[in-house]
Write a protein that binds this ligand. Structure first.
Ligand SMILES: Cc1cc2nc3c(=O)[nH]c(=O)nc-3n(C[C@H](O)[C@H](O)[C@H](O)COP(=O)(O)OP(=O)(O)OC[C@H]3O[C@@H](n4cnc5c(N)ncnc54)[C@H](O)[C@@H]3O)c2cc1C
Length: 416
């Protein structure tokens, strides 16, 4: 079977849905296909690790209801996976053998979980909580074990935002969980040393068990429990194992279809791949300067540019460049608020003219990173109400004096 949709979007997350919206806004009136291999209406992925305790309904986080897709004449196909792009014939092949012809194509296939157990010898089931259905299965298993009596102990592998949010949720559910990180650092990409220490202390105060610097060697099932053996010969037992050790761009479809990839799908400044009819946006894409983002709002913004450019291409118009602006990442766990934007250390330390300025008082912690006296990044703890101001300051690259005055930050301990 072969059908034609002038615009096909593979992936219906942040990038894919915003690309569809942008294409309609740019005046595209033709048939549009939006594909996802997930089993429900496209939803806000960022919510799934923050809401286990609330037992959300299946479509609780839907970006739009089904009527929205119908009224915008967007054909949404769920539980359909693209397996190959025949770039010569301009055809997408789905796993079930269906072929769809396109004139312009957008890849918005996101990222996939890194398996932190890759080099461990494993024969046990592991949860990868990166989509809604997986989080539902995880919660269901925990509840089922609780209902059949006995305490449940969960092991979480990872030290990033998703791992921490799950830890927070398990604590709220009254489930005992242990965080295990290989690097020893929590939110290592986002927090400086002091913010990391504040986070770590808060976890300790909440009696959270953390194993830092662990290397998993072997995992096996034993009497309905999971036995983990570590490189230092120690062992521990869990009922449920969760792998939340980060994600990497999903490149296999592009690579197997002959598109250029490195860590991500390579795009130019207009988000075009090496095939001019095919664009890539969001977590799957790697930009000319090597940047790969993992943030919802950035994926939305890239989707807007890719959707608009796909239409411009179809209309024979000049394409618009995607211009990067920094987006923040926040993590709210155990009653504290951790925020990071731009290039905090250690990344910013490699720039000439780098300086760090620290502002601490009884309520909040702020570290401002400057390059040639312009803000390049901020790490903040517990000043949630002013997060928009911190974001504006970094996006607009305020001077340190302006930043200090407008946010009324006083106790600068430079470079500490
Ligand atoms: C648990 C979790 C919590 C997060 N929390 C935050 C947060 O707090 N803040 C933040 O900024 N970011 C957060 N992120 C990251 C954020 O969700 C992503 O940056 C964003 O979703 C990326 O959008 P995307 O469109 O590139 O990919 P996704 O939103 O991941 O969408 C990818 C889509 O591609 C589809 N797909 C993939 N392969 C195929 C195929 N072969 N055929 C058909 N469909 C396919 C999938 O079904 C899915 O619809 C979180 C991510 C996770 C997993």
């Amino acid at each position: 079977m072969s059908d034609e949709f002038p615009l096909v979007i593979i992936g219906a997350g942040a990038g894919g849905v915003s690309a569809a919206e942008a294409a309609r806004e740019a005046g595209f009136t033709g048939r549009m296909l939006l594909l996802t291999h997930e089993d429900r209406l496209p939803y806000k992925r960022t919510k799934i690790s923050k809401s286990l305790v609330e037992r959300p309904e299946r479509d609780a986080f839907a970006l739009h209801d089904a009527e929205w897709y119908a009224s915008n004449e967007i054909t949404l196909m769920t539980e359909r996976r693209a397996s190959f792009i025949d770039t010569e014939r301009a055809v997408v092949r789905l796993v079930d053998g269906t072929e769809v012809r396109y004139r312009s194509l957008i890849l918005a296939v996101g990222a996939e979980a890194i398996d932190p157990l890759d080099d461990a010898n494993l024969s046990v089931p592991v949860h990868f909580p990166y989509d809604f259905a997986s989080v539902e299965r995880l919660t269901k298993e925990i509840r089922a074990r609780e209902e059949s009596g006995g305490a449940v102990r969960v092991g979480i592998l990872g030290g990033g935002v998703v791992a921490l949010e799950l830890l927070d949720q398990f604590s709220k559910m009254g489930v005992r969980a242990t965080l295990m990180t290989r690097s020893g650092r929590l939110m290592g990409r986002e927090l400086d040393d002091h913010a990391h220490d504040l986070l770590f202390r808060s976890l300790e105060q909440n009696d959270v068990e953390i194993y830092r610097g662990v290397r998993l060697n072997y995992a096996s099932s034993r009497h309905d429990r999971i036995r983990l053996s570590f490189h230092d010969s120690s062992r521990d037992y869990f009922d449920v194992l969760v792998a939340a050790g980060g994600s990497t761009p999903r490149i296999s479809l592009a690579r197997d279809s002959g598109l250029h990839v490195d860590t991500g799908v390579l795009v130019n400044s207009a988000l075009q791949t090496n095939d001019e009819r095919i664009f890539a946006c969001g977590d799957c894409s790697e930009h000319p300067e090597g940047r790969i983002t993992h943030l919802w709002r950035d994926a939305v913004r890239q989707g807007c540019v890719a959707g608009g450019n796909a239409v411009r291409l179809l209309h024979g118009q000049e394409l618009e460049p995607y211009r990067y602006i920094p987006f923040r990442l926040k993590c709210e766990v155990f009653g504290h608020y951790y925020y990071s934007i731009g290039e905090p250390e250690p990344k910013s330390m490699y720039h000439a003219g780098f300086e760090k300025h620290v502002f601490v008082d009884s309520v909040r912690y702020v570290a401002a990173f400057t390059i040639a006296n312009e803000l390049s990044g901020v790490v903040m703890v517990d000043d949630r109400d002013r997060e928009e101001e911190y974001t504006t300051a970094v996006v607009e690259r305020w001077t340190l004096d302006r930043f200090r005055e407008q946010l009324q930050l006083r106790s600068d301990r430079r470079g500490s």
